[in-house]
Write a new protein. Structure first.
Length: 128
């Protein structure tokens, strides 16, 4: 495999992934596709640039690679190249938040007060 096929493949994976993930497309066709995908597997896939790049790299790796081992490594390399390109292009911009939310504890609630704590030696004497 020639080096320029790797570069062309990375550019193709980035372009298709970016189109499906972040662009409206001609006549808003991609927006309508994302709306139809909903909130299930396909909707989540189209929302995640990282996941989508893995899926868009598969057909290119199968076409460009010559042996199965090369295709497997090329699949990951194409996806990684597209991710690095996306990070370079969006350098300095806010990174999309992860789909993980952590709720803060209520800081006004006091679990125990120091006065309520009884040392173990005093506890044993007060019981008898």
């Amino acid at each position: 495999m020639r080096f320029y096929w790797l570069v062309i493949g990375i550019l193709c994976v980035w372009r298709v992934t970016h189109l499906l993930n972040a662009e409206d497309g001609p006549l808003d066709m991609i927006v309508r596709l994302r709306k139809r995908a909903g909130k299930g597997f396909w909707g989540n896939l189209l929302d995640c640039f990282y996941c989508l790049s893995l899926w868009t790299a598969v057909p290119l790796a199968l076409i460009i690679g010559e042996a199965w081992r090369e295709r497997l490594l090329l699949w990951l390399a194409l996806s990684a190249g597209a991710l690095m390109l996306e990070r370079v292009i969006n350098f300095g911009h806010a990174v999309s938040p992860a789909k993980y939310f952590e709720y803060k504890e209520n800081e006004d609630v006091l679990l125990r007060q120091k006065e309520d704590r009884v040392p173990p030696s005093d506890r044993d004497q007060s019981v008898s």
